[in-house]
Design a protein around this ligand. Structure first.
Ligand SMILES: Nc1ncnc2c1ncn2[C@@H]1O[C@H](COP(=O)(O)OP(=O)(O)OP(=O)(O)O)[C@@H](O)[C@H]1O
Ligand SMILES: [Mg+2]
Length: 321
């Protein structure tokens, strides 16, 4: 099945952007003086990752909205410039959170140190809401992704979803915990929890594919057009008006699974915006996810490899719509 393509333009909203800082520190010992051999800093946060991946895939124009801190917006500005992403992020005083990953390559141990980030003042939230409404009116799709910084209420996505939908955009939400619970009540067009996030939301285990499909189908019946539940290496379940299917990725080399979910969101949105049916959305979403596993950071393999991964994805239809 194919649908009409959406009007061009994808907007991502990142309220809790982050700098991912990796420190190469062989033999790291707590309580001792440790020497760091090298350091890398990359711009991160779920919506930023989705924007970066869509822009690399040639899905333009891509616009990044959300909050950044004036003290450390350099890596974001550089990423947006490098990938041709329009920068509509609101700068606040202070710095977004830095997530330090201390890597000891002699043992493979990784120590995470997460610094606090921005506190968002109330007037900034109204500016963001106005920006999202304006951008949604000129875009086919709005992706709202990630956790929330201090000062932002848990129902923020629930407030933004109806505004962006009323402006005519297809709205996808990828978050967890209370923001997910609120967002589901606002019925976005697409959600992509992983199985742990959905199970936490439902307060019951989802032990097998049948349980995941039933839970995803129940969400779909509440009025969410496209429900994707990802299952890590096992793939993902997709439910829309066309029915339900499970997509299993081909065997691929895994350098890092960080951001696999963001890549899946980017791939599904990329296909949906082009008017693809459920199976092609599942194939492209899985290809993006599998393609990003081989590299560190939000990058994709060349288009020919993405097509190959999409073809190699195993699709198993479970029900017809
Ligand atoms: N180890 C793996 N091997 C193969 N494919 C994987 C692996 N991990 C993830 N994937 C692919 O990536 C997709 C999304 O992964 P996952 O369910 O881990 O997302 P997530 O938990 O939301 O991740 P994120 O940390 O980015 O939020 C899966 O549906 C699958 O296609
Ligand atoms: Mg995720």
């Amino acid at each position: 099945m194919t649908r009409h393509p959406l009007r061009p333009g994808i907007v991502t909203v990142t309220l809790n952007a982050a700098i991912d800082q990796t420190l190469d520190c062989p033999g790291f010992t707590p309580g001792a003086v440790n020497r760091v051999l090298s350091e890398t800093r990359t711009a991160g946060g779920k919506g930023v990752n989705v924007a970066a991946l869509l822009a690399s895939a040639g899905d333009s124009p891509v616009t990044a909205a959300g909050f950044l801190g004036r003290e450390n917006d350099g890596p974001f500005t550089a990423l947006f410039q490098e990938r041709g992403i329009a920068d509509r992020c609101i700068r606040l005083s202070g710095a977004v959170r830095t997530n330090v990953k201390l890597v000891d390559r002699t043992t493979g141990a990784v120590t995470d140190i997460n610094l606090p980030g921005l506190t968002v003042p109330p007037d900034a939230l109204s500016r963001l809401t106005a920006a999202v409404e304006e951008l949604a009116a000129g875009a086919g799709c709005v992706v709202m992704a990630g956790s929330l910084p201090a000062g932002v209420p848990a129902d923020v996505y629930a407030a933004l979803v109806p505004r962006a939908r009323a402006a005519g955009a297809f709205v996808a939400v990828d978050t967890s915990g209370p923001p997910l619970a609120h967002a589901l009540g606002a019925r976005p067009d697409m959600v992509k929890p992983n199985v742990h996030e959905l199970s936490e939301h439902l307060r019951r285990p989802l032990p097998d594919t049948a349980a995941v499909v039933a839970a995803a189908a129940a969400l779909h019946r509440t009025g969410i057009a496209l429900v994707v539940v990802s299952l890590g290496a096992d793939g993902a379940v997709f439910v829309s008006a066309e029915g339900a299917l499970k997509a299993t990725p081909p065997a691929v080399e895994v350098a890092s699974t960080v951001g696999a979910g963001d890549a899946m969101v980017a791939g599904v949105v990329s296909a949906w915006c082009r008017g693809a049916g459920l199976e092609d959305c599942a194939r492209r979403g899985t290809a993006f996810a599998a393609g990003t596993l081989a590299v560190l950071g939000p990058s994709l393999p060349p288009p020919a490899r993405l097509d190959e991964l999409a073809r190699a994805t195993a699709v198993h239809w479970l029900t017809d719509g």
